[in-house]
Design a binder for this molecule. Structure first.
Ligand code: ADP
Ligand code: MG
Length: 659
């Protein structure tokens, strides 16, 4: 059923859903909550005046409604909790009057006016689950459609279709419920147990399908045959010697690994892992140069447009004395510009193309793609990895990632991938000094900022993204802008950047910051990955408790990019213990471990962090054991019985493989 056929979904709402790729009710029902609120019943004896109250009971008297005017009314009735008789008053629910009759079971949510023995209710619920905590699903907003509305729409879906992928014997082995049941329970769990059952099914399914694809890639022999090249190492050295800095020992090792991979007949499938600021970009650039020397086109994929354009200016600069054609392709280019690039890629008028995953959309045909590099690999969803499709030949593959993936994990996920690490930072770097401040200490923070501005340094100011609402995000940004303007507006220019801006707007803001016109850049986390402005020496992160430690580490990596002392100021009124980890270490590996420890492994209600692997419901770390099981199970199926499962054959054929 199309989403627009659902009761009360008008064309406007349907459009919003469609822009998030939710077209049918079957799509909508697979939009899962990202966390749950647990609503516990209040104990009247323990409540103080004005406390929040949630309580079950029976309506004792009919409701009476008093109208203040056309728009305002107040309804009152008496309510029996079994132990107490309470007054209830609630505003603007006059339309419920006919339903409030003696004997009806209700759950009331509101405030308790102890003196008057009255519940000032804000919400009346007719479905009451006595004695059990009610678990309320919370969904990420979709373009202004609230979590509550999404929940309401989902509950209106009477019937839906599912495809069961998991073979019956595995469902029995792990005592999994049916998929349909799991989906119903993930939206409306009646208790923890139901939620656990739902999660058990859906997590296993997600990891099962993921590992099925991964293992199928791995088992595919065709995947291993690479391009033949014959590049002269001296030419590469010549290029390296002309760089503005000397490579670190680890960078040089990576380059050598890559050179050997590219020159061998086996297809390269390598991950370069190195902490933020360790200098992965230059390694990628050298790889692109080697690839260019052997006569092939190269592609560099980045997770954001901002980063794509940064790479462009970086590459143009480094290759300025070479006759290499470099372009950018992102989703927000005009149709005409895109078409032009498609044509030139096909005719090999472009040697190196940089861009977001638009690089691998259906319309793109390469002339002879020899190398694909994915920067900030961990930022791409797992499925995008397989979206790098065959464009006629079998390109070598290189991934760059700052997320330290322990080797065992890497082997599981990436299979036969080779790993090179950059462990040491370029010389001369000073450890970033990190401080934790409360909102009440904002004056100190402004003073520290002022010191940096006096030194003609630049500053990032980060406002966290509140995932549930775009509107609040923009308001927060505005608030910060006002704050900064009143403190520094007279002495320097301040830039603002957020995800809702167009590419041109973002470019402009970024350029002004890069060339030093603006001294302060206020931004949401669109700035999080990869951005490199050497003169920026301070980053101030508001409400930093909203971020995971690894994400804070990425943000902090925006400064300390040369030998000037840099600072990171975390502002937060809560979560001191966790955030203190940041003040104690700058080691990304330690931080990610700490992150993992602090979040605990059984944290089913936790907000999943961005970064890592973008699974919809499973968590790469906490569900690692499920992942291991899924790996064994899918290997077994691929090796022995795939033909018995047409659904699995189909899903493998549909997913675009790398070969
Ligand atoms: P990341 O690994 O986080 O992507 P970048 O590649 O952006 O880091 O490098 C961070 C900064 O360090 C850049 O400004 C880059 O020019 C500089 N850099 C990289 N390698 C070296 C080196 N060997 N010596 C000095 N500076 C370097
Ligand atoms: Mg980078």
């Amino acid at each position: 059923m199309q989403i627009s056929e659902l009761k009360e979904i008008g064309p406007k709402t349907a459009k919003i859903f469609e822009s998030s790729k939710i077209f049918t009710t079957d799509d909508l029902i697979c939009y899962y909550p990202f966390r749950y609120d647990v609503i516990k019943r209040s104990n009247i004896e323990e409540l103080l005046d004005n406390d929040k109250i949630i309580i079950d009971g029976l309506v004792e008297t009919r409701a009476s409604v008093f109208f203040f005017n056309k728009k305002m009314n107040k309804m009152t009735f008496k309510f029996n909790t079994g132990k107490y008789l309470l007054n209830v008053s609630i505003f603007n629910r006059g339309y419920l009057k006919s339903k409030i009759v003696p004997g009806v079971v209700l759950t009331l949510i509101g405030k308790f006016d102890k003196k008057h023995n009255t519940i000032i209710a804000s919400e009346i619920r007719f479905s009451c689950l006595k004695n059990i905590p009610t678990i309320e699903p919370i969904y990420h907003q979709i373009g202004g459609i609230t979590s509550k509305e999404i929940s309401t729409y989902i509950n209106r879906i009477n019937d839906f279709n599912v495809v069961e992928y998991i073979p019956e014997y595995l469902k029995e082995k792990y005592k999994l419920i049916d998929k349909k049941e799991a989906i119903l329970k993930i939206h409306n769990p009646k208790n923890y147990n139901e939620l656990k059952e739902a999660l058990a099914y859906l997590k296993y399914e997600e990891l099962f399908l993921f590992m099925l694809k991964m293992n199928s890639l791995k088992l595919n022999k065709k995947n291993k045959i690479g391009l033949k090249r014959n590049v002269d190492y001296n030419k590469v050295l010549e290029f390296i010697n002309k760089l503005p800095f000397k490579l670190t020992v680890d960078q040089q090792k990576c380059v050598d690994n890559i050179f050997n991979d590219l020159n061998s007949e086996t297809r390269m499938n390598r991950l370069v892992q190195g902490d933020v600021g360790s200098g992965k970009t230059i390694v990628a650039i050298i790889a692109l140069y080697i690839n260019y020397l052997s006569g092939y086109q190269g592609a560099l994929m980045a997770p954001t447009e901002v980063l794509s354009y940064q790479h462009l200016s970086n590459l143009k600069n480094i290759f300025k004395n070479y006759n290499i054609n470099i372009e950018v392709l992102t989703g927000s280019l005009k149709q005409k510009e895109k078409k032009d690039i498609y044509k030139r890629l096909q005719n090999k008028e472009i040697d190196i193309i940089i861009g977001t995953h638009a690089l691998f959309s259906d319309e793109v045909t390469y002339n002879n793609l020899g190398l694909v590099i994915t920067d900030e690999q961990h930022r791409f969803g797992v499925n995008q990895r397989s979206n790098l499709k065959n464009k006629g030949i079998t390109p070598d593959i290189l991934y760059l990632s700052a997320t330290p993936i322990p080797r065992t994990y890497a082997l599981t996920i990436y299979g036969d991938m080779d790993v090179s690490s950059i462990k040491t930072m370029p010389s001369g770097r000073k450890e970033i000094i990190t401080m934790l401040k409360k909102n009440s200490e904002i004056k100190d923070v402004l003073k520290l900022m002022y010191e940096e501005i006096k030194l003609k340094h630049q500053i990032y100011v980060i406002s966290p993204l509140i995932e549930e609402s775009d509107k609040i995000d923009l308001e927060k940004i505005k608030e910060l802008e006002d704050k900064m303007n009143s403190a520094f507006g007279k002495i320097c220019k301040i830039g603002v950047m957020h995800g809702k801006m167009t590419k041109e707007e973002k470019d402009k803001v970024m350029d002004e910051f890069k060339n030093g016109d603006t001294k302060i850049l206020i931004s949401t986390t669109v700035i999080e990955v990869g951005v490199d402005v050497k003169n920026a020496t301070m980053i101030v992160i508001f409400d930093s408790y909203r971020f995971g430690l690894s994400q804070l580490h990425q943000l902090r990596g925006r400064v300390g990019r040369n030998d000037i002392q840099s600072y990171c100021i975390l502002i937060s009124d809560k979560d001191k213990t966790r955030l203190d980890v940041m003040t104690k270490t700058c080691d990304g590996f330690k931080i990610s471990e700490e992150d993992f420890k602090l979040r605990g492994s059984g944290d089913i209600f936790g907000v999943r962090q961005s970064g890592d692997m973008n699974f919809k419901i499973a968590d790469f770390k906490t569900d690692y054991n499920i992942l291991l099981r899924a790996r064994e199970d899918t290997l077994d199926i691929l090796n022995n019985s795939l033909d018995n499962y047409p659904n699995l054959v189909k899903i493998l054929n549909d997913s675009c493989n790398l070969d």
